[in-house]
Ligand binder design. Structure first.
Ligand code: EZ4
Ligand code: CO
Length: 412
């Protein structure tokens, strides 16, 4: 199984995706996701110029050795670009190993620890009636748990609120709050943490009153709060029994979470922008979080995220893998194989991709009655239709950013 081709395919069906396709001399083909939203071409260059040439002639079966060679051999370690590129290689090699063995990847990881993966969706709205409509729509789509993001009075555009309802039935429209086509410059949004802290508890009170105590509810603070503000919010949300509060502080300062923990029993989820086990070292060891948010795509692939989650398991911390539409169907499939096999699975985020994306990436994973399953095709179970991908060339697109009322740039 000698690698004789490593190609990078960029396509933008509903948004940009970066895919690495590895071919062996025996004709096995594996694909991996290296999409880094808003900085896609940095990973493309890293893969094309610095990784693909190193892969040629290597034994595709030596996944761990190739991982260590790319990580340690670069000298410059960690970081989102490097770890997304290594993730793409790692996923493609697991895909090949599964195909060569005639087994789905989850079997190679130890087999299924459960029959399906509970997944949460994204309900959102500017106002309470819009939020209720969105929750109902997600219940109809089969979701058994969901994240709630709300508009804040006085703020025009903020994170996580879809700007159109999904009347067309296409998920690309439902989840257009971080779309692929924003033009050449990032959109500016507003922020005011005090207004947010006053408003959010009233939203969760209303949702609990309307939908009852059972529905697991999640919320994403998107790195906006200081530790004491996060403590305040966690405390004020305790009556509404959240499944988790996500990214309450910008957690590259890991010890900030100690203060939050001292004040609230609301479970915490962190890590969608983390890349390695080192970003989690203190918050796992001190049990400062409850869920690990990393995506396979942004954390060095299946091999590395499994190590992070095995470490987390020693502290009763579970997985809550990131699954926005900017993780491609290949990255989503990798998450599902890992989530099905590990013991400490918690929940999987699942924003469904749009019709164009689904026509480019043919999937065998399934969504039934609130549960995902990676399917039983050998490998990851996703194939890339290169002709279809070729119809959608790369388009420059940025994530939005935030300014406070006085013009200060704030965490987005
Ligand atoms: O903003 O994936 O929990 N989900 C999130 C996402 C992220 C995007 C960034 O590319 O916070 O919506
Ligand atoms: Co998030």
């Amino acid at each position: 199984m000698i690698i004789d081709k490593a190609e990078i395919i960029v396509t933008s069906p509903d948004r940009n995706f970066v895919t690495l396709r590895i071919t062996t001399d025996e004709g096995h083909v594996g694909i991996g996701d290296g999409t880094l939203n808003g900085r896609e071409l940095a990973v493309v260059a890293y893969l094309k110029e610095h990784v693909a040439p190193l892969l040629l002639g290597k034994d595709a079966g030596r996944i761990e050795d190739i991982w260590q060679y790319l990580y340690r051999g670069a000298y410059w370690r960690r970081g989102p670009v490097t770890m997304a590129a290594i993730a793409a290689v790692d996923m493609a090699l697991w895909d090949i190993k599964g195909k060569a063995a005639g087994m789905p990847v989850y079997q190679l990881l130890g087999g299924a620890s459960r029959s399906g993966l509970m997944a949460y969706g994204h309900a959102s709205g500017k106002t309470m009636p819009e939020i209720f409509d969105s929750v109902n729509e997600h219940l109809e789509l089969g979701y058994k748990s969901m994240r709630i993001q709300s508009g804040v009075p006085g703020l025009n555009a903020i994170y996580g609120i879809a700007s159109q309802s999904a009347d067309t039935g296409d998920s690309a429209v439902r989840y257009d709050h971080e779309p692929a086509r924003r033009g050449a410059l990032p959109a500016q949004e507003d922020w005011d943490t005090r207004a947010y802290l006053r408003h959010i508890p009233t939203v969760f009170e209303a949702v609990r009153n309307e939908f009852g105590p059972e529905l697991p509810l999640l919320h994403d603070g998107h790195h906006r709060m200081t530790p004491i503000q996060a403590a305040q919010l966690g405390k004020s949300l305790e009556p509404y029994d959240l499944f988790w509060l996500e990214d309450c502080t910008p957690a590259e300062n890991q010890e900030a979470l100690r203060l939050v923990r001292q004040h609230t029993t609301t479970p915490l989820a962190i890590g969608e922008i983390f890349n390695t086990v080192w970003d989690y070292q203190q918050i796992i060891r001190e049990q400062l979080i409850d869920y690990v948010r990393s995506a396979v795509t942004h954390t060095g692939g299946i091999s590395h995220l499994k190590k992070v989650l095995d470490y987390a398991a020693q502290y009763q911390i579970k997985s809550g893998m990131h699954g926005p539409t900017d993780v491609s169907p290949v990255g989503m499939a990798a998450a599902m194989h890992l989530g099905l096999s590990i013991h400490n699975f918690g929940i999987q985020e699942y924003m469904q991709h749009g019709a164009k994306t689904n026509a480019v990436f043919h999937q065998t994973y399934t969504w039934n009655d609130g549960y995902l399953h990676p399917g039983d095709e050998p490998g990851l179970g996703v194939t890339l239709d290169v002709d279809e991908a070729g119809k959608y060339p790369y388009e420059q697109a940025y994530l939005p950013f935030n300014r406070l009322a006085d013009g200060t740039v704030h965490d987005w």
